[in-house]
Ligand binder design. Sequence first.
Ligand SMILES: Cc1cc2nc3c(=O)[nH]c(=O)nc-3n(C[C@H](O)[C@H](O)[C@H](O)COP(=O)(O)OP(=O)(O)OC[C@H]3O[C@@H](n4cnc5c(N)ncnc54)[C@H](O)[C@@H]3O)c2cc1C
Length: 403
Amino acid sequence: MKENIKSEAERCLQCKKPKCVEGCPVSTQIPEMMSMLLEGQIRQAGQMLFDNNPLSIVCGLICHHEAQCEGHCILNHKKQPIKIGSVENYISDYNLDMLPLKNGDKNGKVGIIGSGPAGITIAFILARRGYDVTIFESHDKIGGVMRYGIPDFRLSKDILERIKKRLEDLGVKIRPNVLIGPVITMDDLFNDGYDSIFIGTGVWNPKKMRIKGESLGHVHYAIDYLKNPEVYDFKGRVTIIGAGNVAMDVARTAIRKGAKEVVILYRKDMEDMPASPHEIEYAALDGVSFETHKQPIEITNEGIIYKDMVFDETWKEVGQNKLFKSEAVIISVSQAPRSNIVSKARDIHVSKKGLVETDNLGHTTRQGVFASGDVVTGAKTVVEAVKYSKVVADAMDDYMTNK
Ligand SMILES: Cc1cc2nc3c(=O)[nH]c(=O)nc-3n(C[C@H](O)[C@H](O)[C@H](O)COP(=O)(O)OP(=O)(O)OC[C@H]3O[C@@H](n4cnc5c(N)ncnc54)[C@H](O)[C@@H]3O)c2cc1C
């Protein structure tokens, strides 16, 4: 891939009104990036990308480019968009370890709860401005879903170690294995002199299907499986219920870990699957098979009892109940937030779904406490978490400056 970077940059038409930029949630300066690369200014290009998006190196790899920058590229009319993600990743990968970062000397102490894309973005922006930043992370390593969800074959974990090193270069302190809520609470942080607190705790509770059999021994939830696939030993047929991007990650991981047969079971048509076409294509290339029009109604020791979604001419359901034999079943029907923090914290309002309520600058209902990322928006993407966290970092900066 990398040897094509120059020719990809040369194909850029330098559009006056670049649609690719419009398609990018963080408005990455794509034409400028291409011309800087071709003019021998790879370092300046890297600085520009990092200043706009501290997770540019990740986004170049795992954004849904076909729906964003590349999908909007004018050359996509001929189905030949520029490989913008590859060029961005090349530049950001080259630069990450050597970029000068510090650019301010503000005073104030910031506590960040959660080290996913939202927390990391806030940490970089505020530490670069001079704030004293501490990250609290319940897992043993930083990264959130980038580490404990997205499989290694899509996002190498070395990148997260390099990001950690850059945070430490800025003086950011990281406390791993600390779940804020049960022992240390938000009140403790304020008592210890934190001026502002950020909640970026994501959505880590698997959603249940609410059918019989979900507690059986061969049934697992996607987010739990992806956290540590090594501890599962599937040999026969693994069936995944759900057909979003997370389900594709589960399927592609299970097949790589030795499952003989991996099947995605979905209640509608292939075209209705919520996963991006690109992810479905990769799953098929990897050997995953798809069973559609099957609505699970119960899980038993033998597999999944499903209803065939067949209708007569009056659209009346006429399908039979059948068994889909499976050694293991993995349920992948989205995630919701956990309530560790908010159940112990005063005055933080949450919605019925458990999402933290904020205004559009990230202020929660408690003074000095801000939030963004999936715990506010529900399950979204890395670049969306970066986009909102940039706004929230500015709001936290304003709050601490005026305090
Ligand atoms: C399997 C999977 C694949 C995905 N693939 C893609 C993709 O290809 N491209 C894309 O753009 N997006 C993808 N996403 C979505 C993306 O990863 C999320 O939108 C993004 O990670 C959200 O970032 P966040 O910082 O809000 O939360 P998270 O990444 O969830 O991070 C939250 C962090 O907070 C920590 N935490 C939680 N509670 C506490 C507490 N009480 N105390 C301390 N720490 C706490 C968690 O351990 C975690 O590290 C994927 C999601 C999943 C599940």
